[in-house]
Design a protein around this ligand. Structure first.
Ligand code: BG6
Length: 490
């Protein structure tokens, strides 16, 4: 590995995200030698911390990953803290000075990566100051990494993007969607395009429907404040689910690289039907978890969670049907669902194939043919399964469904890198393939805004589902009215 040269500046260095994701991911890259001598990190936030205190926080965040104290301390020695008010120009002068010093000490070749790990309302101000205070010099590469949520609607996302675009080009902006860093999401393209047996049937002639489930076991935890302003539709469907959907639906890219892949994803998103308010209500349903009881444990309802209104109408579950109006997918519904406090954590994609319309065995037995289902398991187990029909062993002729299974625990692989770690290395390599691009985000908001508004205009109470179940009844009716059902494939 050739070590990377870069100065990182983290805005929001004292926050939870930095501690949970940023520092551990940088440390993993350090352990692998991707980061060695030629990197430095400036952490900024309002609190008046010293370098020593900051390094202590960094050390604490990597304590589960470190092999030795010496190694961890060598890593933490690259971290510097600068108290900073993002709206105060004079503070950027200090930041610039410190940056220049570190650039020479650590020989970072003028490369800079900015992480905005804080509330989006400050993104524009920060970007503008980076330019006006000449922290951006154009000497090395200069990239900015931002976290979700990227806006809360098309309009707010557009305003946010406009303010960033005044300073950075699209190639310099890396919008994180951490699902795109997950091993099995990246594997979707391998399954599709490296297997003629799948690629040849990846269309409406052979596929009956596609199902994407993002089930979570956890409730809202301590994020009630944020979640009340978001809900499942914006928290999961607008970003993660639509990203995955576009990877499944896109046409084969001319080349397997960033620009070609993004082009095809955008085309797929644009071919998705934009619903009217009425269609949105027909095709999308929501729910909120109420108190539940499972396996000897009781779980409180969403409205009893911290920082949640006692009459909250926020959805903790959303499900719906998307359709894509193009040649490949006409007539194939894409069912999606995501929720908190569901039966178990399970992220998976089910490709449900059409059954043979001509049942050759009708005269031999009246066994139903099960549909072939290709399942891509994203987490907690990773892998694939394919359900096929076989003959039940023994006398006579009976059909029996079998599963071809290749699944493993992600832990078991050991070398399966954390999503964030992969994404940060991509940033250092300037590869934006696994990031959300403006056109993708924009289109996703257009599709989601209609649904959100239709729900907001409803006066009826939000439907509920008991904690630790697979969602409200309406999510099952959604498929039942099409003569289908959710495949779970445990
Ligand atoms: C985040 C959402 O983007 O993804 C959370 O804001 C959710 O609400 C999380 O819990 C799920 O991610 P993962 O990687 O744990 O499946």
């Amino acid at each position: 590995t050739e070590q990377k040269q870069a100065l990182f500046t983290i805005f929001g260095a004292t926050g939870d995200l930095a501690k949970r994701k940023l520092y551990p991911s940088l440390f993993r890259l350090f352990k692998k030698g991707e980061l060695a001598d030629n990197f430095a990190v400036i952490g900024t936030a309002r609190r008046p911390w010293t370098d020593e205190y900051y390094r202590g926080v960094v050390l604490d965040s990597i304590k589960d990953l470190m092999r030795s104290k010496t190694e961890a301390e060598a890593f933490a020695a690259h971290f510097y803290y600068q108290s900073h008010d993002v709206g105060d120009s004079s503070h950027y002068v200090n930041l610039k000075e410190l940056g220049e010093k570190l650039r020479h000490t650590y020989k970072t070749a003028g490369n800079q990566v900015f992480f905005l790990a804080m509330a989006p309302q400050f993104f524009g101000t920060i970007a503008e100051h980076l330019k006006s205070e000449h922290i951006l010099t154009g000497e090395g590469f200069e990239r900015i990494v931002i976290e979700k949520p990227f806006g809360t609607s098309y309009d707010t996302a557009k305003a946010l993007n406009d303010s960033l675009s005044k300073v950075f080009t699209e190639e310099q902006i890396f919008r994180i969607d951490h699902y795109l860093g997950k091993e099995m999401i990246q594997a979707v393209s391998a399954v599709r395009f490296a297997n003629p047996i799948f690629e040849s049937v990846w269309n409406n002639e052979h596929i009956d429907n596609v199902q994407i489930t993002f089930a979570e076991f956890i409730g809202v935890e301590d994020r009630g404040g944020y979640y009340e302003t978001s809900g499942a539709l914006k928290d999961m469907i607008q970003n993660h689910v639509l990203q995955v959907l576009s990877l499944i639906a896109m046409e084969r890219p001319a080349k397997f690289d960033e620009s070609h892949i993004v082009e095809e994803k955008v085309k797929a998103l644009k071919a998705m039907r934009q619903y009217t308010a009425e269609e949105a209500l027909e095709n999308f349903v929501r729910g909120q978890y109420s108190a539940g009881y499972f396996d000897g444990e009781t779980y409180r309802g969403y409205r009893q969670e911290d920082s949640v209104a006692s009459d909250s109408q926020t959805e903790t579950f959303a499900a719906g049907k998307f359709v894509i109006d193009n040649e490949r997918w006409a007539g194939v519904p894409f069912y999606v669902r995501s929720g908190k406090r569901m039966t178990e954590k399970g992220t998976r994609i089910n490709i449900v194939f059409k059954k043979d319309p001509d049942n050759l065995f009708a005269g031999n037995c009246d066994d139903e043919q099960s549909p072939n289902i290709l399942t891509i398991y994203i987490q907690p187990t990773e892998g694939f399964s394919l359900s096929v029909n076989g003959k039940a062993a023994g006398q006579g002729f009976h059909l029996e469904p079998f599963r071809l299974n290749f699944r493993h625990d992600s832990e078991f692989l050991g070398n399966s890198p954390e999503a964030y770690e992969k994404l940060f290395l991509d940033v250092l390599n300037g590869d934006g393939t696994n990031f959300s691009h403006w056109e993708e985000a924009a289109r996703a908001w257009e599709l989601i805004d209609v649904i959100r508004q239709a729900w907001d205009n409803q006066t009826s109470e939000i439907p509920t589902y008991p904690a630790r179940t697979m969602g409200p009844a309406n999510a099952f009716e959604l498929l039942a009215k099409d003569g289908r059902e959710w495949a779970w494939q445990p």
